[in-house]
Design a protein around this ligand. Structure first.
Ligand code: 5GP
Ligand code: 5GP
Length: 223
């Protein structure tokens, strides 16, 4: 029931890759045109900040607190740019019916981040601050992993570049060979920590246990 889930163990900061997201949604980003033509970003954008448990599960919809756009009015410009939705139409939420992607993230995940993050404004401002502080796109670009529709990059190289920059292991998620999401993990005091990566019994290759193959792409969306 609402409010009865135990306190989370760590934060999972989920970023999404626009080139892959836009391909999967087929041109349909009416709200801000984020997938259209030259508007399609070539930087990771925010999916959400997710409180997780160390056993691989997570709480959701913890505290009945409806999303209220007025509380984050001063953040809207930044959110539109760095936390866009790549889906058509509205999204289900825990408490306020169909709504914005932001409403979904706050109600499903943000309400479970107590007592570290106490309200809607701090959920969004904390997440934006993490995004600016841990610039994954810049780290990858500096290591030579640039957005491209022809290049394939070794997954292990991408993981190493992030490890070297932030001293923690990220988790990647792919759609075929295209990077779809990249997750960074943090202790409750926001120091970086390793994400939890499931290893498969058939394969002792640490990285191939994710949904990504050994060589991955960072596609640029072309409408
Ligand atoms: P998917 O199945 O697309 O990976 O995830 C679907 C939804 O499940 C996500 O939008 C997210 O809300 C939730 N989810 C998936 N993996 C995790 C996780 O590791 N931690 C948390 N907190 N939620 C997750
Ligand atoms: P999750 O529960 O996985 O955090 O959030 C996924 C929900 O948000 C789904 O209902 C999905 O349709 C919706 N959604 C809206 N915009 C986006 C987006 O840009 N990326 C993803 N992954 N989901 C989105």
């Amino acid at each position: 029931a609402v409010g009865e889930q135990r306190e989370f163990d760590y934060f999972n900061f989920a970023l999404q890759w626009p080139g892959t997201q836009c391909k999967n949604t087929r041109h349909c980003c009416p709200s801000n045109g984020c997938c259209r033509g030259s508007n399609a970003p070539t930087e990771f954008t925010i999916h959400g900040l997710w409180p997780d448990y160390n056993d691989g599960t997570w709480p959701s919809c913890c505290k009945k607190s409806k999303f209220d756009e007025k509380e984050i009015s001063t953040l809207l410009d930044a959110l539109e740019q760095y936390w866009p939705s790549y889906r058509c139409g509205s999204t289900s939420t825990c408490y306020s019916g169909e709504g914005l992607f932001w409403a979904h993230e706050w109600e499903k995940h943000g309400t479970c981040s107590f007592p570290v993050v106490r309200d809607e404004y701090s959920y969004f401002s904390t997440t934006l601050n993490l995004y600016f502080k841990y610039n994954v796109t810049r780290v990858l670009n500096e290591a030579g992993y640039l957005p491209s529709n022809t290049e394939k990059y070794p997954l292990g190289g991408i993981v190493s570049a992030i490890q070297n920059a932030f001293h923690a292991t990220p988790k990647l998620d792919c759609s075929k060979d295209a990077v779809n999401e990249l997750h960074l993990c943090f202790y409750k005091d926001f120091k970086p920590r390793d994400c939890i990566i499931e290893r498969s019994p058939e394969n002792d290759n640490y990285f191939s246990s994710s949904s990504c193959p050994k060589y991955v792409s960072l596609p640029v969306y072309m409408s």
